[in-house]
Ligand binder design. Structure first.
Ligand SMILES: *Cc1c(COP(=O)(O)O)cnc(C)c1O
Length: 423
């Protein structure tokens, strides 16, 4: 039976995440803060697993989407692997309990130190982005008396039809090996003594909302795998990357999208006799998260009413960086409405969450939430304007727990030192 996925809901006109009234969290923990529903993440992961039964599949959570240890542990406890793009993320994954044999290492420029570290930990696979990187991995592995298992990341020259800043599979993007030179590079890799060719990898971008670009990509990858097999190169792993998009307009769960995507994967690859690796980030965690914030001022501008809230672009960059839409709703549900430009306090014109947005009428001191911010929210936060990184809270059923505490200004400022001649 299909489980019903939960997003936030109103009980007695009070916004709840799972069974927790978000206002109760806000009373203990000043705004702004992130809070995430653990059950939503679990159900999203389970939705992948349930719909991948016909494949030998491994779901490797793309840590960069939300790298809080409690989020990684939630997925680790379900048996997920990890896709990492830096040594820091690799350490996070290992510390949260993800076994090295379930970790794939992506990223366009792994340094020598990072490669050494990953080899020492015996990770499952390096997703290699260039000939130079291949040679470097070979050299380091030789030196350490190790053999590195690799996949070449192929740039299939496909337009993922997503925002240009998160499109990665076009020939003009910096990512991967051009599909036309892939066969040649595989032949070259075969000659390298410390390289074990394990698979092929592709990742065409993020927030992809139709299946067509995936379908085209998978066809190209299949053709290439068959060509490589003709060349005597054994491919046993196909890593399809991440990228499945989330409908940010909607409140309903993402299980239909995941299901359709898994059906496409099954149709595409069931006959390939390969392990299939998936690297979902956003689709596992985006709809689990809320950003809770308070109205500081209502400001009447010349033409519009500004709702100035205590969260800002440094806490949630997506609207300013990607022109992203996020639904914004009041914690106390009521029927009077207002239309606002919802902005943060940061000294940037781009510090805007929504323009000309109609929502519940708000007053100074009222609380609101920005919806579906579980992915690329806290992970992209900064301390710009000397604002503290905001706390994070995990909710499960009727419980909540702080999974990242607020620091204080002294701690932040003390990270700087005067130059030794300034003392
Ligand atoms: C960012 C990234 C992902 C995750 O993408 P989502 O859109 O969050 O699913 C997966 N693989 C690679 C290589 C990435 O860079």
């Amino acid at each position: 039976m299909e489980k019903k996925l939960k997003s936030y809901s109103y009980i007695n006109n009070q916004l709840h995440l799972e069974k927790v009234a978000v206002k109760n969290i806000a009373q203990q923990l000043a705004t702004p803060f992130y809070c995430y529903s653990q059950s939503t993440i679990e159900q999203n992961y389970q939705c992948y697993i349930d719909n991948l039964q016909a494949l030998d599949a491994m779901v490797c959570y793309a840590i960069k989407a939300n790298s809080n240890q409690a989020i990684i542990k939630t997925l680790a406890d379900l048996g997920a692997g990890a896709d990492v793009v830096s040594q820091g993320e690799l350490q996070r994954a290992l510390m949260a309990g993800i076994a090295a044999e379930k970790i794939v290492y992506s990223g366009v420029a792994k340094t020598e130190k990072e490669i050494e570290f990953a080899l020492a930990k015996n990770i499952y696979q390096f997703n290699v982005e260039s000939k130079n990187e291949l040679e470097r991995i070979n050299k380091i592995a030789s030196k350490l008396n190790k053999v590195a298992s690799i996949a070449l990341r192929i740039n299939p020259d496909i337009d993922a039809k997503t925002h240009k800043k998160i499109s990665t599979g076009k020939s003009e993007n910096k990512f991967g090996v051009p599909i036309r030179s892939a066969r040649q590079l595989y032949r070259y890799a075969k000659e390298l003594s410390a390289i074990h060719i394990q698979g092929i990898d592709v990742h065409i971008g993020s927030q992809i909302t139709t299946l067509a670009p995936f379908e085209k990509t998978f066809e190209r990858i299949k053709t290439l795998v068959n060509d490589l097999r003709e060349d005597g190169i054994d491919i046993s792993v196909i890593d399809v990357g991440g990228g499945l998009g989330v409908n940010y307009q909607q409140k309903s769960a993402i299980n239909h999208e995941i299901k359709d995507y898994c059906t496409l994967l099954t149709q595409s690859f069931a006959d390939m006799k390969c392990q299939i690796i998936l690297e979902p980030g956003r689709s596992l965690v985006a709809d689990s998260g809320l950003l809770v914030s308070q109205v500081i001022y209502l400001k009447q501008g010349q033409e519009r009413m500004f709702l100035i809230i205590d969260a800002a672009m440094n806490d949630l960059l997506r609207p300013s960086m990607y022109d992203a839409y996020h639904k914004i709703v009041a914690l106390d549900k009521h029927h009077e409405q207002g239309t606002y430009d919802i902005v943060g306090p940061v000294c940037e014109t781009g510090d805007i969450f929504a323009k000309n947005r109609t929502m519940e009428r708000m007053n100074e001191g009222d609380l609101l939430v920005i919806d579906r911010v579980g992915a690329y929210g806290s992970a992209m936060a900064s301390t710009y304007n000397t604002r503290l990184l905001i706390p994070e809270v995990l909710v499960k059923h009727d419980k909540f727990s702080i999974i990242k505490a607020r620091t204080d200004y002294q701690t932040l400022i003390n990270q700087d030192n005067y130059a030794k001649w300034q003392k």
